[in-house]
Ligand binder design. Structure first.
Ligand code: NAI
Ligand code: HPV
Length: 526
């Protein structure tokens, strides 16, 4: 049975799902060195923001197949290191969107009305009303930086509160921003004009310290800033100075450069700052959502199925994935086959989507083809996560083409590879029941199911060859399960495809090539 380590607190709903397929150990608050020591026993690791999954941990995780982040941000995971080792990293892109957006809105309103400090003063027994005269958000300008899922929800709600909306997001179209009621502007303009600024982008090299002393200096003295995205997007030292000197009016932070927040000049500030301990996703609803979402993906990957929200393989909606799953199997089989026919050192792979398949996304099929193609070289080390990277590192050029006009099967996939044994091609299709059929080998039409041990010959179509080959295989005690000849013209060139019950013994291939009329022969193991 597989083993899953859960190293941050997650909802029981997630543990229940994982327990269907694995032994689940929940061990929170582990020190990095403790995690390095035990991770080698586990097939999957499930985390939130509390666990830093470093390169060292990934390298020690020799059995790891998947890292599941029960939330959005994966900045605490060394994703490139995981990709290199073929480990899928999944998250829950939508499970906590509303929770995080509502927290940002709550922070904005709390900041405007000094609710945390007013509350604390009443609890201390005071009745001070004049110290807490706030500001309204109505008709004020909110600048949303990062107009993704959370930013969009914040904008939508803020609009309903009568706020004017500016947005900065280099990857969002003007039309999309307008749909949400935001005017897309440059960052400088946004920070100069906004009364409230809210951050909703990932932490990347570009966004780290994006809000620094210079940026803070451009803001209105009445401006208030909210960060429920990631610590380190705001330079905390510069923020503490700006607040102290009255350069801006307030800040509300849920996330910090280092968590838990240690010694910090931010703690010494007054009612102009609100600090929460990374609570954006901490609602009952969000925790159930993310735990189920990620646990289901871990379960699927442990069962050999693809994950729906992997961050290090192309994003595919569950619908597309469901539809393409059988074709990915076909692509992988054809990749294995053509890779062996072309010999090692494949330099070029052409993947052609034919017939109805031509309207589908090609990327997953290309990845599956590469996974098959590289299997000979890498065995179990190659998977959907690292196949593209491994192919690139081996200098394999990939061409994707489509031909909707080829209609001999409803949808078929054609792979052509050039390697040390020259250029070879295979075509395959799926039958109604999802079974794979090889429909063409090197331009010769065939109709055979793939099998584990196969033999292909290129020969002259003439009497006696099939018999000679059969006797030769028999003399080596190799049993033929099925055999088919594909030819274009009678007595011209032809291919023979044999499914064998046993692998071909050493040395027999050279004997086969000596049979009169046989020009070439290849064995393939699928
Ligand atoms: N405080 C908390 O507990 C939570 C924090 N988060 C954080 O919130 C952030 C946003 O999450 P989602 O909206 O779900 O992500 P998302 O991927 O839907 O949106 C992020 C947006 O940021 C934009 N972006 C990327 N680089 C940018 C840049 N340099 N400048 C401006 N915009 C840029 C992207 O184009 C995208 O539209 C993430 O950092 C996530 O980790 C998410 C959930 C809970
Ligand atoms: O989903 C995110 O990006 C979050 O920041 C939530 O973090 P958490 O799962 O609450 O530790």
């Amino acid at each position: 049975m597989s083993k899953v380590l859960v190293s941050d607190p997650i909802d029981q709903a997630g543990i229940d799902i994982l327990s269907q397929v694995a032994t689940v150990d929940v061990k929170t608050n582990l020190k990095p060195e403790e995690l390095v020591q035990i991770i080698g026993d586990y097939d999957a690791l499930m985390i939130r923001s509390g666990t830093r999954v470093t390169k060292e941990i990934i390298e020690a995780g020799t059995q790891l197949k998947i890292i599941g982040r029960a939330g959005v941000g994966v900045d605490n995971v060394d994703v490139p290191a995981a990709t290199r080792k073929g480990i899928v990293v999944v998250n829950s892109p939508e499970g906590n969107t509303i929770a995080a957006a509502e927290h940002a809105l709550a922070m904005m309103l709390s900041l405007s009305r000094y609710i945390p400090d007013a509350n604390a003063s009443v609890k201390r027994g005071e009745w001070d009303r004049k110290s807490f005269i706030g500001a309204e958000v109505y008709k004020k300008t909110l600048g949303v930086i990062g107009l993704g899922k959370i930013g969009s929800h914040v904008a939508t709600v803020a609009k309903a509160m009568g706020m004017k909306l500016l947005a900065y997001d280099p990857f969002i179209s003007t039309e999309r921003a307008e749909q949400i009621g935001c005017q897309l502007v440059e960052l400088d303009l946004l920070v100069q004009q906004a009364d409230y600024i809210t951050l909703h982008m990932p932490k990347t090299p570009e966004t780290t310290h994006l809000i620094d002393a210079k940026m803070l200096a451009k803001m209105k003295p009445t401006a208030r800033i909210v960060n429920c995205a990631r610590g380190g997007i705001i330079d905390e030292e510069a923020l503490a100075v700006a607040l102290k000197e009255g350069q801006i009016a307030g800040a509300a932070l849920d996330v910090f450069e280092s968590e838990p927040l240690g010694e910090s000049s931010l703690r010494a500030l007054g009612k102009e700052i609100i600090l929460t301990p990374h609570l954006g996703a901490s609602t009952t609803e969000a925790q159930v959502n993310v735990a189920i979402d990620v646990a289901e993906q871990i379960r699927d990957v442990l069962l050999g199925l693809p994950a729906r929200s992997a961050v290090n393989i192309p994003g595919l909606g569950p619908d597309i994935l469901e539809e393409l799953k059988p074709y990915m199997q076909l692509a992988e089989t054809l990749g294995k086959l053509v890779g062996q026919l072309a010999g090692g050192r494949v330099e070029l792979l052409n993947v052609r989507l034919q017939g109805e398949l031509a309207t589908n996304k090609s990327q997953p099929l290309v990845i599956a083809s590469l996974k098959g193609l590289l299997y000979q070289a890498l065995r179990e080390r190659v998977n959907y996560v690292n196949a593209t990277l491994e192919a690139k590192e081996r200098g394999i050029r990939v061409i994707e083409t489509r031909d909707a006009a080829i209609k001999d099967y409803a949808g078929s996939l054609h792979l052509e590879a050039t390697g040390s044994l020259g250029t070879h091609s295979v075509t395959g299709a799926l039958l109604g029941d999802g079974e794979i059929r090889l429909t063409n080998i090197d331009g010769f039409p065939v109709n055979v199911p793939p099998s584990q041990h196969m033999l292909f010959t290129l020969h002259r179509d003439m009497p006696g060859i099939i018999g000679k080959l059969g006797s030769l295989l028999g003399s080596f005690n190799v049993n033929i399960a099925s055999m088919q000849v594909g030819r274009k013209i009678v007595r011209g060139d032809a291919v023979m495809v044999l499914s064998l019950d046993d692998p071909l013994p050493e040395g027999i291939l050279s004997e086969i090539k000596k049979v009169a009329g046989i020009r070439d022969a290849y064995t393939v193991t699928l």
